[in-house]
Design a protein around this ligand. Structure first.
Ligand SMILES: NC(=O)c1ccc[n+]([C@@H]2O[C@H](COP(=O)([O-])OP(=O)(O)OC[C@H]3O[C@@H](n4cnc5c(N)ncnc54)[C@H](OP(=O)(O)O)[C@@H]3O)[C@@H](O)[C@H]2O)c1
Length: 278
């Protein structure tokens, strides 16, 4: 298959380029394609003539987005919509990546695809608007909500905790935010499977299970340094985050797609034998 990957310089984008290597993959990083440029989007889709467009581009700085709402909406909503429009016009299928931060976090159990989105932050609202624009321009697009991504490329929570642990403990980590940590490798492989099937629509795709940021940090440092629980209020981050955004991939499994491994085993595989990352 010929696949156009946007946001190809990001943590998921780079992973997709590797995992999908058996296909004809055309990766475009931010410099190669700014998805907020509607004409450039149309031109690239016409040039590449992909059978799939996978949008891994996003404005992802959740805290800065509170003050950069225009840019967040331009990339996460309008840009996603331009890609969906161009893909639909070219007869290409589409995968668009969204987030657990579309939820308000007040549900006491994992969120399914049937739960109502009600984002708390500018980032969350921009991503939810992106879902709506993609679905409207390309009704058969696959919209995948994922969560707490980490992997080999780019910045992420796992790397930040490993680095902080090297400097020495104790580390103070938020204990009242629960989510589903997900290894980009597993997400990219899941996307590789999805595009070979007729499954379309909205899916939650994350490593199985859930934990708090505090529990996640403890699993990352494996007892090498002390981790102390703090509250989200103590952490005082600019953007509000859902207290619970654990994802239930019910619809993914109902479509016959393989569930992703549990977050604990994904993290162990990612960290490797020495527990410090491959
Ligand atoms: N990271 C997470 O924990 C997480 C959680 C849930 C969902 N997601 C979603 O998962 C997807 C992948 O995230 P990620 O962690 O791989 O993010 P990432 O590492 O920040 O990658 C996103 C890429 O998009 C690029 N980009 C930004 N603005 C662009 C534009 N206007 N046109 C084209 N490219 C642009 C960025 O390039 P520059 O850096 O050069 O601007 C970056 O390389 C996103 O949709 C994100 O919302 C992420």
């Amino acid at each position: 298959m010929r696949i156009l990957v946007t946001g190809a310089g990001g943590q998921l984008g780079r992973e997709l380029i590797e995992v999908l290597a058996s296909h004809e993959v055309h990766g475009r990083d931010h410099r190669g394609l700014d998805i907020t440029d509607r004409q450039a989007v149309v031109k690239i889709v016409e040039e590449v003539r992909p059978s799939w467009v996978i949008n891994a581009a996003a404005y992802n700085d959740v805290d800065v987005a509170e003050e950069a709402s225009e840019l967040a909406f331009a990339v996460n909503a309008a840009g996603a919509g331009y890609l969906a429009e161009a893909a639909a016009r070219a007869g290409a299928e589409m995968v668009h990546i969204s987030t657990d931060y579309v939820f308000d976090g007040r549900k006491g159990s994992p969120y399914t695809e049937l739960d109502r989105a009600d984002p708390l932050s500018v980032y969350g609202r921009s991503k939810y608007e992106g879902e709506l624009q993609v679905q409207s321009a390309h009704p058969s697009a696959c919209v995948l909500r994922t969560a707490w991504l980490y992997g080999e490329y780019g910045k992420n929570f796992v790397k930040a905790i490993l680095k902080a642990a090297e400097r020495g403990g104790p580390l103070k980590v938020v204990a009242d935010q629960v989510g589903s940590p997900t290894w980009t490798r597993h997400l990219a492989q899941a996307i590789g499977e999805l595009i070979q099937t007729p499954a379309r629509g909205l899916f939650h795709v994350a490593n199985a299970g859930a934990c708090s940021r505090f529990e996640f940090a403890r699993a990352i440092v494996q007892g090498r340094v002390e981790v102390q629980p703090i509250s989200a209020t103590d952490a005082a981050r600019p953007a509000p985050r859902p207290a619970n955004s654990a994802l239930d991939s019910a619809r993914w499994q109902a479509a016959g797609l393989r569930p992703l491994p549990a977050w604990e085993s994904a993290l162990a595989d990612y960290l490797g034998e020495d527990g410090r990352r491959r």
